[in-house]
Design a protein around this ligand. Sequence first.
Ligand SMILES: C[S@@+](CC[C@H](N)C(=O)[O-])C[C@H]1O[C@@H](n2cnc3c(N)ncnc32)[C@H](O)[C@@H]1O
Length: 317
Amino acid sequence: MDREPLPRLDTAPELVARLLPYCRLKQGEIWEDAVRGHRVGVLDATSWPEIVRLVGERRARLLMSDPPYNLAVGGRSSGRLFQTELAEYLKFSRSWVENAGRILDADSHLYVWLGADQNRSFQPLPDFMLVMRGYPELRSRSFISVRNQRGYGTQSNWMSVRQELLCYVKGAPPFHVVYTAIPKILRGYYKEVGGRRTENLERSRSETLRPGNIWVDIQQVFYRMEENVPGAYAQKPLAAVERIIRSSSEEGSLVVDFFAHSGTALIAAERLGRVCYTFDIDPLFAELTIRRLERLRALGKTGFQTANPFPELHSSS
Ligand SMILES: C[S@@+](CC[C@H](N)C(=O)[O-])C[C@H]1O[C@@H](n2cnc3c(N)ncnc32)[C@H](O)[C@@H]1O
């Protein structure tokens, strides 16, 4: 028996066709939340006119992006497909990055999740980094690796367990220190303070560690977790997104996510008192995003775990 009520929606076109009538937004439409002013759209990250309609005059303190890592281009036979795909991917990247740059506040943060395909020269990570050099107003700030706790087991290579998170800033935005729940256990780093020899634990501001740029303490989402959204195939952990929001925005500020998918940025923004504008090119994911917020407000749950986000499916079958 399947553990989840919906399969990966990108691999189930017939099911998608059955679900589409239940999606309240069509291409180009924007839903506005009457309670907190969040917005969710079915928009294209590469379309400036659509993005202007979403944000109006407002500018983002924080823009998070988790773009698709690969775009399907043509058939799969050409030996040059890799280059074609990559060139196409970089064109797509430039387009959304330019749009992102235009709606960022004068002092703001940009976070981009990316992967590196170890079987194809680690694309698109290094190529994307080079693209970013074309935008000097977006300065590189940190390069975070997030450990994926559920990497593939393999006996023939190093286990592939990480995702990359690139951090850029525009201007000089504030950064707020956050902490993990990992206790500090190492002692023995001594320093003289006011003529007295002190040890690191007595100097520290917290009992727990700061995250640093290698995050090992965040569990990947899987079907048993409350935050799980069935049908979403690339859901980011709420804990990671909340860490980004806490450190790089303030209460009441605008957080934007160009690739909503399961709506993690919206849920995190709602829980942390920020306003979120987000969208997905696919109406199904925009619908899942709105339903996830409605569920949070109705039941206090961060996701659907193993419940079906589209219960109408049962009543109509
Ligand atoms: C990797 S997922 C984002 C995952 C998200 N961070 C989460 O935690 O659920 C990428 C999403 O981008 C959407 N997408 C692809 N091309 C897009 C475009 N041009 N504009 C907006 N969204 C797009 C896909 O439909 C997919 O849902």
